[in-house]
Write a protein that binds this ligand. Structure first.
Ligand code: HEM
Length: 400
């Protein structure tokens, strides 16, 4: 109910002020009533109302932000391509064809026959040639050499695709001091990845005919961390929300899912690293049982988890079932909690990507890892990670 206070000048002014105060209170009251009505109608609507308020409160991304986002999405895309080419280099057994690490000089491939014969001669010194590829022709050597050279060369390109725009944005002052640290960390991790690649190759140049599965897992793991970090920063810039965000119940679960996909990928790299996917190719049973016997036959005990084909593959299967249960539960929880919008859409994508990756994994296993399926399964893991990170980003920025 509104009251009017008399016609005198000062009084008028006061009353107008009071009127305005009253109107403000009434508006506040009305919105609380509306909230209460929302509350009475359905919690979901209230959440939609809060989300609406959040989006109104979130600053729009500037043109600079969008440019930086597009740059970081491009770098993430190149890292994904790098993982695929790396997988194909492994699946074609090409990883040990270049027996030296020359970050600059190595960018130039052999040109003359003499150059090729020199490279081939170096390769003939390592166990893989002597024990596996003895008698290999120069043409066959060139095939594996181009895969490894291509993988390393693409690594240099990724470094440039990151570094050149980074310097340009710095010079143009589009990146401020606070934003510098995570970008520099990303660049440093990229440099470390180059070294990690050589550290992995070096493990296969003396005693073994393959690279160490431990170092393969570290190399793939670091690539996935760089990819996830790059994508997260790109999403921050794209949505203009560099600082905001808070963990709500669902984003905590989404963060665990991101960790689960990373962990499962490391287990998968162990399977790939010792070619455990080419054994025990029956599914859903394994060697005729759901839990095969002989899982912990190796001594010392911990060795089973890294060196036993049976246990390493079993772990990857079990982790896949656990991840499927967690993601399945989370997706149903999100879709039945009436949130809608980007949260629901990204949850549906997450569920779909998991099912697709699961099917790729089972097919790769049952067919003893044909090259195309092995590469598709590795790429599927990166795609699943990308969707999980994006889903987490959406939830985290909405504090859900
Ligand atoms: C559910 C999520 C899954 C994820 C995220 C995942 C991820 C991965 C990754 C990253 C690799 C390493 C690829 C490489 O280094 O080239 C891998 C290898 C492998 N995974 Fe999975 N995997 C999943 C499920 C499965 C399932 C359900 C199976 C079968 C029951 C399976 C069977 C295999 C096999 C056989 C390999 C070795 C492939 C090779 O030697 O190249 N995976 N997995």
């Amino acid at each position: 109910m509104r009251t009017r206070i008399g016609s005198h000048g000062l009084l008028n002014l006061v009353s107008r002020v009071l009127d305005m105060l009253l109107m403000y209170h009434e508006a506040r009251l009305a919105s609380t009533c509306r909230l209460a009505m929302f509350g009475r109608k359905a919690m979901g609507q209230q959440k939609a109302y809060i989300k609406l308020m959040n989006s109104v409160a979130t600053p729009l991304p500037s043109m600079h932000d969008r440019q930086i986002a597009i740059w970081l999405f491009t770098v993430a895309g190149f890292v994904m391509l790098m993982v695929l080419v790396g997988g194909l280099t492994r699946l074609t057994d090409s990883g040990l064809s270049i027996t030296e690490w020359a970050p600059i000089r190595g960018a130039i491939p052999p040109f003359t026959t003499a150059d090729w014969l020199l490279e081939f001669e170096k390769y003939k010194q390592i166990p893989e040639y002597q024990l596996v590829n003895m008698g290999m022709s120069l043409a066959e050597f060139k095939f594996i050499y181009w895969w490894e050279w291509g993988h390393r060369f693409l690594g240099r390109i990724v470094g440039l695709v990151f570094f050149i725009p980074f310097v340009v944005f710095l010079v143009q002052k589009k990146i401020n001091r606070a934003q510098l640290a995570p970008l520099l960390a990303l660049f440093a991790l990229g440099g470390l990845q180059g070294f990690m690649g050589w550290y992995m190759v070096a493990s296969g140049l003396t005693e073994r005919v393959d690279v160490s599965q431990y170092r393969l897992a570290m190399h793939l793991g670091l690539a996935l961390i760089i990819f996830a970090g790059c994508l997260w920063l790109a999403l921050n810039y794209w949505r203009g929300e560099k600082g905001q965000g808070r963990f709500g119940k669902k984003s905590v679960v989404a963060a665990i899912i991101v960790g689960g996909v990373l962990m499962q990928s490391l287990l998968g790299a162990l399977v790939a690293g010792i070619n455990a996917g080419k054994t025990y190719t029956d599914w859903p049973l394994m060697d005729g049982d759901f839990i095969p016997s002989g899982l912990f036959d190796s001594q010392p005990f911990w060795l089973n988890f890294f060196e036993s084909h049976l246990t390493v593959q079993f772990d990857h299967r079990m982790a896949a079932y656990a991840l499927t249960a967690l993601i399945g539960w989370h997706v149903v929880h999100v879709l039945t909690s009436n949130i809608g919008g980007a949260v629901a859409l990204s949850a549906k994508w997450l569920g779909g990507a998991l099912v697709f990756q699961f099917i790729l994994g089972v097919s790769a296993l049952m067919l003893a890892v044909p090259m195309a399926l092995g590469a598709a399964h590795q790429l599927g893991a990166v795609a699943l990670l990308a969707i999980a990170v994006t889903h987490l980003h959406i939830l985290y920025k909405q504090a859900i």
